[in-house]
Ligand binder design. Sequence first.
Ligand SMILES: CC(=O)SCCNC(=O)CCNC(=O)[C@H](O)C(C)(C)COP(=O)(O)OP(=O)(O)OC[C@H]1O[C@@H](n2cnc3c(N)ncnc32)[C@H](O)[C@@H]1OP(=O)(O)O
Length: 163
Amino acid sequence: MTDRPAKPVSASAVDKHVYKVFPNDMNSHNTVFGGMIMAKCDRLALVVAERHSAHVCVTAAVDSIHFRAPAKGNDTLLFNLSLNRSWGSSMEIGARVEAENSYTGEVRHILSAYFTFVALDEHGKPVDVPQVIPETREQTRRFDNAGIRRQARLETRGKLTSR
Ligand SMILES: CC(=O)SCCNC(=O)CCNC(=O)[C@H](O)C(C)(C)COP(=O)(O)OP(=O)(O)OC[C@H]1O[C@@H](n2cnc3c(N)ncnc32)[C@H](O)[C@@H]1OP(=O)(O)O
């Protein structure tokens, strides 16, 4: 465990990062390409992890990606990412993407996902990161749920065999 002081969720969160959809973001089905949204989430989750840890971080895993509704041409995407919980060197970052119709103000929930990042030291080895302080009821709920997901991840990894 690191002796660096715990940090609040708000110190690293990305809140309503705006991305305006253009025609080159569309797939052949004429909705926004999901891979573009995932890549932007990974990039922004990296910012959250590096703000919190003050180290170089890498994506170790992504799970529970759910595309809940399609985003359309002319939507404005709003990316929200925050640290749910940290353990030793790893951190879970939750992503929520919304699509806003900027003419009407209507907002739709597009994607939810959980990213696990690992902080690395100058030799490329995992290094412990500060604990996170949840400050709101919602952040406390996410903190608690992150613990349940980590437990499930560790159990799943333990059960899987490799050849
Ligand atoms: C932003 C980017 O584009 S990064 C590019 C894409 N990502 C990469 O290339 C990363 C490639 N992977 C790696 O370098 C390594 O597997 C690492 C650094 C992620 C982990 O290295 P390992 O030698 O497995 O480290 P180790 O076993 O000590 O585990 C370190 C931590 O990572 C966690 N971890 C490792 N693999 C996973 C995984 N698949 N899922 C969740 N957590 C994981 C461990 O639980 C541990 O967490 P803790 O310290 O909080 O207890």
